[in-house]
Design a protein around this ligand. Sequence first.
Ligand SMILES: [Zn+2]
Length: 346
Amino acid sequence: MKAVVFHRHGGPEVLESVDLPVPEPAPGEVRVRLHAAALNHLDLFVREGIPGLKLSFPHVPGSDGAGVVDALGEGVTDLFPHLAVGQRVVINPSLSCMACRFCRAGEHSLCERYQILGEHVDGTYREYLTVPARNVKPFPETWTFEEAAAGILTYLTAWRMLITRAALRPGERVLVQGIGGGVALACLQIARFVGAEVWVTSGSEEKLEKARKMGASWGVLYRDPDWAKKVWKQSEKRGLDVVVDCSGTATFSDSLKLLRPGGRLVTCGATTGPRAEVDIRYIFWRQLTILGSTMSNLREFDEVTDLMYSGAFRPVVDRVFPLEEAREAQEYLASAQQFGKVVLRI
Ligand SMILES: [Zn+2]
């Protein structure tokens, strides 16, 4: 089968197209013939190398994938009678042991042996993949493979951040940093669905305008040195109920200062860097809450995908590349020009 892998960490040039054997499904697993894989910033971090993450090479990147069930491992039909060969499915990239105390409590992304497809194990930049049967879910005929692949990791992440962690309520005002990225767009759609008012920051006027068309009420360019002052002024010096900051170093300190008393900052990443200086006085005097979030549990995955498939919101696909052009696709993602997901057609 065709696959894109890397044999060492580095820039986009380390990606190469290779031929790999087709994997056989173990008991409890299904094999999926993938038709689309969506890119995430995680793919870039894994390729560059994450401290403490030891990979076995060659490594197949990619966490998001959609395809057709191609073979069922032993015992799958008994446990998952709704699954059959020929079904169109998406893949939940969260791999949990289902046995540790966190998994037993339903907190699968806190699993003691937690793994993410494409990060800790081989991912979706390939034609065939085997995963536990509980990790696949059928999607509607009205969705393309590209849309289905685009609507997984960022949506389950955004759902857990806003709904479970930040407990966003109707009428609240939320600022989403860096609109255009996959998680930020999913946050915009979910927050609007909940009935919250959404403000955004972005690197371009064009993206701000697109965000307004999707329901954002107000936006500011983060390259403007006075962006934080402008947000504060726009809020009539009252601050925001919730800020979603997955940008990190560049904005974290300001994001915290923009919260109203009792406000919540929620983060799932640090694309501009992992360190920030915070003024602790803001945290205790304004009684702020800083919430970390990673991926989702199985219930949250079902909630957000059920909503999407029933028509509540739909992922934005910015651009599709063939699998062979994975390198160009990753370079495009790294350039931050996109508004929506970058997807590989397999
Ligand atoms: Zn576990």
